[in-house]
Design a protein around this ligand. Structure first.
Ligand code: CA2
Length: 143
């Protein structure tokens, strides 16, 4: 059975608590439940993690080497700043999809840069939390 790792960066644990106009009303626990339900439907194992610390994201990407079949990653604000996360992703070579809940292309200039994108097979942005499920579909079925 395939294993998908879903990695979430800083502040994503605050989902549903503030800024519902940008990130929606679903809270982080409900997001995890949706991802777990979708994994069952796809017949894959899923591991979901979240941290506010850059090094944790680097560690979890490195640990995926030779053990995980695909990574769904929303690095949060580290998307726009972290060469360390990009380097880890390039080093392990695990198929990876970048997800953003909001449409970053329509937001501030500083959100227009994505370091992680260069290591990803696909980017899904602005589809709300459904983007995570679409990313899982892509990694499992190529669609
Ligand atoms: O749209 C996305 O998924 C983002 O990755 C979310 C990040 C943001 O820095 C990126 O530019 C785009 C922010 C994480 C969520 O932050 C929250 C803050 C307050 C309330 C709820 C979530």
């Amino acid at each position: 059975m395939k294993t998908i790792r879903v990695i979430n960066g800083p502040n994503l644990n605050m989902l549903g608590i503030r800024e519902p106009d940008i990130y929606g009303k679903t809270d982080y626990k409900a997001l995890c439940e949706l991802i777990e339900k979708h994994a069952k439907e796809l017949g894959v194992k899923v591991e979901i993690m979240q941290s506010n610390h850059e090094g944790d994201l680097v560690d979890w990407i490195q640990e995926a080497f030779n053990t995980i079949d695909g990574i769904v990653i929303n690095p949060g604000a580290y998307t726009h700043t972290s060469v360390a996360i990009l380097d880890a992703a390039k080093a392990v070579g695990v198929p990876m999809v970048e997800v953003h809940i909001s449409d970053v292309s329509a937001r501030e200039d500083f959100r227009q840069v994505s370091y992680i994108r260069a290591a990803c097979q696909k980017t899904i942005s602005g589809h709300g939390i459904n983007g995570y499920l679409e990313a899982m579909d892509f990694l499992c079925k190529g669609e």
